[in-house]
Write a protein that binds this ligand. Structure first.
Ligand code: HEM
Length: 443
């Protein structure tokens, strides 16, 4: 411990706490409200008392930049992520360079076809006027898109099942975080069994696809082939099925749940803001009526659609907080961050903070107009994270969401079921707790 930092105090500990499990327990019970309360009372950095772990919540743009970018070497995620990044160094999901651009260009047609299929399906709902839950529909759609990008083929009939298992695993992960004490994984409690069963179903689907590809013996232009063709620089070895499965699972989960939640929140926000909805529909209709062909080179000309999605991710960021662990002791904002402290950055708090936004509770896509966009601080608005561990699927996700919104709103508007209660549930991703019951109305 350096003498310079040894003298610094730890970030303040809230006095409000559970008698046994500490203040973190209160946050687990009610993450968003409790976090806001603590930040207001204790400042931009404070500690959480927990029986075993050291946790600090850092919530200013300066601290976020410092942790994610300036001193990122001292703040780690996990080994699994490092491995993934190495493998994807020149991969489908790399966020820069021509290779990335070419891949996305090739994926655009598939994304359009897949979204058209969903739009076709919605015509049935529009005909009967029935209310349906749009969340699983968006999950099935984004799952289909990501699996086609990974495997060149959809998981087809298995999509429903895979979507369900991913939702269960998300719930289980959050439940694990909530439970201060839990049984080790090898004990067959109903909770552990449920997790094992879900993982098993997902594994089976992925292994089946890997095996099929090995038998076919052909290399396709997708992520699976890219990973199968990759060779370790030192040993020259390729990945075994287990390694392949781990890589694919990460992308499967990171690329599905996030986009489907973001899309669902966008449909909801548009339904509550008819003026913005009207303006967006006008843009879509004018362009398409004028003969603009929807594709990779034209999608960004739908400027207002882009702004709507950005504003929706400001209010409901699918990844609502990011976490890192301090490798060595450090100092932030005059406080000592002990080695092994888990530092959490609640980006939703920055996205909704009146210090940085005018009327943060209002849906105003105009904030993201091109002439204003550059003046938004990179660490006040960062739905895809920041620094070297920024989301590697961000361009993929933006392209996918823009295409889907354009295709759906070419035909429909979506209306929330009267009286339906909408509530954000900050699990691993921020999702609508009760789903989203809406109907599709023909334009
Ligand atoms: C609306 C959609 C999405 C949002 C909001 C989102 C958000 C994020 C954020 C905030 C991170 C950083 C987490 C951290 O710093 O701890 C991240 C990482 C990641 N995302 Fe996304 N993501 C989205 C879509 C996607 C898609 C479509 C893919 C894959 C095609 C993807 C793949 C990944 C991967 C692999 C990482 C880990 C990168 C690393 O640690 O090096 N994401 N995402």
């Amino acid at each position: 411990m350096s003498t310079a930092t040894a003298k610094k105090p730890l970030p303040p500990f809230p006095e409000e706490k559970h008698w046994l499990f500490g203040s973190a327990y209160l946050i687990r019970q009610n993450p968003l409200t409790q976090m806001n309360f603590f930040i207001k009372k204790y400042g931009d950095i404070f500690s959480l008392s927990l029986p075993v772990h050291k946790v600090a919540i850092a919530s200013s743009p300066e601290f976020a930049k410092y942790i994610l970018l300036d001193n990122n070497k001292n703040y780690t995620k996990s080994l699994a992520y490092d491995l993934l990044k190495v493998l994807l160094g020149n991969g489908l999901l790399t966020s820069e360079g021509d290779f990335w651009k070419k891949q996305l260009e090739e994926l655009t047609g598939m994304m359009i076809d897949t979204a058209e299929k969903t739009s076709e399906k919605f015509t049935k709902y529009a005909a009967t006027g029935e209310y349906f839950n749009v969340l699983p529909e968006m999950t099935a759609l984004t799952l289909d898109v990501i699996s086609k990008a990974i495997f060149s083929s959809g998981v087809d009939d298995k999509a429903d099942m895979v979507g369900k298992q991913i939702a269960i695993l998300n719930e289980i992960t959050m439940e694990k975080l909530r439970r201060p004490v839990r049984m080790p994984a090898f004990i067959p409690t109903p909770f552990n069994l449920r997790e094992r069963r879900s993982l098993q179903i997902l594994d089976d689907v992925i292994y089946q696809i890997i095996e099929k590809r090995r038998k076919e013996g052909v290399s396709k232009n997708d992520l699976l082939s890219m990973l199968m063709d990759a060779r370790d620089e030192e040993t020259g070895e390729s990945m075994d099925n287990k390694q392949l499965r781990d890589e694919l699972m990460t992308i499967f989960i990171a690329g599905n749940e996030t986009s489907s939640n973001a899309l669902t929140w966008t449909l909801y926000l548009l339904s509550q803001n008819p003026e913005a909805e009207e303006k967006m529909i006008r843009e879509i209709d004018e362009k398409l009526d004028a003969g603009v062909e929807l594709g990779f080179n034209t999608v960004n000309s739908f400027q207002y659609v882009h702004q709507v999605i950005e504003e929706s991710m400001r209010m409901f960021p699918a990844v609502w907080s990011v976490g890192r662990r301090a490798i060595e002791e450090d100092e932030i904002g005059g406080f000592r961050i002990e080695k092994q402290t888990n530092v959490l950055i609640p980006l939703i708090y920055l996205h909704r903070n009146e210090k940085y936004w005018d009327e943060p509770g209002k849906f105003k896509p105009e904030r993201f107009a091109p002439e204003k966009r550059n003046s938004i601080d990179r660490y006040v608005y960062f739905p895809f994270g920041g620094g070297p561990r920024v989301c590697i699927g961000n361009n993929f996700a933006m392209l996918e969401m823009q295409l889907i919104i354009i295709i759906l709103y070419r035909r429909f508007r979506f209306r929330l079921k009267p009286g339906f209660s909408v509530e954000g549930e900050p699990m691993v991703t921020l999702r609508p707790r009760h789903g989203m019951m809406m109907n599709a109305v023909n334009k």
